[in-house]
Design a protein around this ligand. Structure first.
Ligand code: NDP
Length: 248
């Protein structure tokens, strides 16, 4: 049987860790060749050692999504090697939490630069080959707090809310070239980012989640795969909330 992503070339930013790694593995497990772009890349053995059969379909590359030249250089290497790019998942993201009164300009800038400007840079660079191919699937990883807001995360919430506006605008711009652009807004996902939360914060989150569990990275990866598949070919400019009912 034909795999869903046979002959597809994908880029996943922040693809060596956490949710990005799970997305890279899901796309590779269904036939894609995946470039996992990360700021610091661990050794490949370390990264995908649990499923060595997938490691052959995932290549880690160093890139800083906040740096135009760094992403441009990676993308030109990818085009040289693979001739095309079918899928882009803008997943790289950081938090620098603080209450507004204590938030520094550096904390604000770091989060906006990585999450929002990084998404702009990667999308702008990758959209060019996608436009000439007349095919592309772009999935941006936002957050439930980009929709609900969250005390102590004004920088992060603003970056993720900005990604919603960006997604809808670019979906309109690129639709005529058969490039679909959507955003997934996860709630609380079990990763290194959320391991930092205290027991008290964790409990407070769970109390508000009707499904009474946090998401696993695979819950997000499965929906990314759906949006990149032919089953989603009439879906663009949408926000898909994956949060166990935290925000309805
Ligand atoms: P992690 O911190 O585990 O992974 C983030 C990845 O992004 C890392 O691999 C990191 O690389 C990479 N990254 C950060 N800055 C850059 C940069 N400048 N250039 C390239 N890569 C970079 O986070 P998660 O897996 O938890 O989060 C992934 C995405 O999901 C983020 O966008 C996050 O905002 C979003 N999200 C997460 C939720 C959660 O509960 N975990 C909930 C909602 C949304 P390195 O380690 O090398 O710095």
């Amino acid at each position: 049987m034909k795999e869903r992503f046979e002959n597809r070339i994908a880029i996943v930013t922040g693809g060596c860790r956490g949710i990005g790694k799970s997305i890279a593995m899901k796309l590779a497990s269904e036939g894609a060749f995946v470039y996992a772009l990360d700021y610091v890349i661990p050794s490949e053995d370390e990264v995908f050692s649990e499923q060595p059969e997938l490691a052959a379909r995932i290549k880690c590359m160093q890139a800083d999504v906040t740096n135009f030249a760094s992403v441009e250089s990676c993308v030109s290497t990818i085009i040289e090697e693979s001739k095309k790019i079918d899928i882009l998942v803008n997943n790289a993201g950081i938090t620098r939490d603080n209450l507004l009164m204590r938030m520094s300009e550096a904390e604000w800038d770091a989060v906006i630069n990585t999450n929002l400007k990084g998404t702009f840079i990667c999308t702008k660079i990758v959209s060019r080959p996608m436009m000439s191919q007349r095919y592309g699937r772009i999935v941006n990883i936002g957050s439930v707090v980009g929709i609900m807001g969250n005390a102590g995360q004004s920088n992060y919430s603003a970056s993720k809310a900005g990604m919603v506006g960006f997604t809808k605008s670019i979906a309109r711009e690129l639709a005529s070239r058969n490039i679909l652009v959507n955003l997934i807004a996860p709630g609380y996902v079990r990763t290194a980012m959320t391991d930092k939360l205290s027991e008290e914060q964790r409990k407070a989150f769970l109390d508000n989640i009707p499904l009474k569990r946090v998401a696993e990275p695979e819950d997000i990866a499965n929906s990314v795969a759906f949006l990149c598949s032919d089953d989603a070919s009439y879906i663009t400019g949408q926000v898909l909330n994956i949060n166990g009912g935290l925000y309805l």
